[in-house]
Design a protein around this ligand. Structure first.
Ligand code: PMP
Length: 364
């Protein structure tokens, strides 16, 4: 059967391996599997959110409020913006899809970092757009600005902090890139891990309200990481109303579930849970830096809830990932990104102990 020719250029997105796979393939009991592969919140979900989901269980027959007024109102207060500045997606992923469909077509160009979130290129290729990448994985204005001037891309992706590398871009550098954009270029600032960067160093904090100074930026945030709702699939976009109105034309009705909507409202109101998650992360991240130093491999300074370990020649990241998997520890092998590296979500103290023990065994 023939499919659209654009599909030929697309490699299917490879999600982090689920616990179920390790149970099936290696016969390890589910409670013994440690999943540090998808940057979920190791503290789980806020108890208040779990309670809200239970309380809403008997409303599953009703469609959700399609205006999503309560969630938008809660986000508008948190970010000091207006409701007309907000769109909600089934994960920020869905908003990336809206962006691509609203802006890109055959012949369009999209600019992104050499190593960044894979869905930017997948959605762009679906539209037949051309992908331009910088030489560095870091987002540097020296590279972005000349490429933007030369190629006039329809969309520029700034992933800060960047996934899967974990580095972040300083505020002033982000603004330098935004200010060089052509009026027709949409600059997407993807802040999926922004809570961690802002907690680590205010020089890396991008506030969506300040992006509204610019007519052509879109900020993306998610409830999947610091807010502990990866399984509920809720993300948001913040931009000037003209951009939001265009993206709303791409949105299917009821694009998040009633339970997701209720959960996101509760999560957005529970700042204490997020603070607790950030505190745990601050405590545990240095253990990963120390482990890398003690074992002679490199790591990228992390502004996210994960760390990227880069192995020297002679130590193969895929083999290490495989060895960990056999011991019930799931991490992300970055070989498919062209890096001999592992991306590991920083877990609870006990999960991290398990990871270090398994690493000791694998390294021999
Ligand atoms: N952007 C980045 C940089 C991400 O890492 C992810 C999740 N892996 C997303 C967007 C999408 O997140 P979600 O759809 O769960 O909101």
């Amino acid at each position: 059967m023939k499919f659209n020719k654009e599909l030929d250029a697309i490699k299917t997105y490879e999600a982090g391996k689920p616990i179920e796979l390790v149970v099936r393939e290696f016969g390890i009991r589910p409670e013994q599997v440690v999943k540090l592969a998808s940057n979920e919140n190791p503290l789980g979900t806020s108890p208040k959110v779990a309670e809200t989901i239970r309380a809403n269980a008997d409303k599953a027959h009703l469609y959700p409020d399609d205006s999503m007024f309560e969630l938008k109102d809660s986000l508008a207060k948190r970010f000091n913006v207006e409701e007309e500045n907000i769109i909600i997606g089934a994960g920020s992923d869905q908003i990336l899809e809206f962006v691509s469909r609203a802006k890109l077509h055959a012949g369009s160009r999209v600019l992104m970092s050499r190593v960044t979130f894979a869905m930017y290129s997948i959605y762009a290729l679906q539209q037949g757009a051309e992908i331009l990448r910088t030489a560095d994985y870091r987002h540097r204005s020296e590279e972005f600005v000349p490429m933007m001037r030369e190629h006039k891309p329809e969309v520029v992706y700034l992933c800060t902090p960047n996934n899967p590398t974990g580095d972040a871009t300083k505020r002033e550098e982000v603004f330098r890139i935004i200010e060089a954009a052509d009026p027709n270029t949409l600059v997407v600032v993807d802040g999926a891990y922004m809570e961690y960067a802002a907690d680590r160093d205010p020089d890396y904090r991008i506030d969506p309200a300040e992006l509204l100074r610019y007519p052509n930026t879109l900020y993306l945030g998610t409830f999947s990481k610091a807010y502990g709702l990866g399984g509920m699939r809720v993300g948001y976009g913040i931009a000037r109303p003209e951009i939001i109105r265009a993206l709303m034309k791409m949105r299917p009705p009821f694009n998040i579930t009633a339970l997701s909507l209720a959960a996101a409202i509760a999560a957005n109101e529970d700042a204490a849970f997020v603070q607790k998650s950030l505190a745990l992360h601050r405590q545990e991240l240095p253990r990963y830096e120390a482990y890398a130093q003690a074992h002679g491999f490199d790591y990228i300074e992390s502004y996210t809830n994960f760390i990227t370990w880069i192995f020297p020649e002679g130590r193969n990241a895929s083999e290490v990932a495989d060895g960990l998997l056999r011991r019930g520890v799931i991490v992300r092998d970055l070989s498919s990104y062209g890096m001999n590296a592992l991306r590991i979500t920083v877990g609870t103290p006990e999960q991290n102990d398990r990871l270090f023990e398994a690493m000791d065994e694998v390294l021999g």
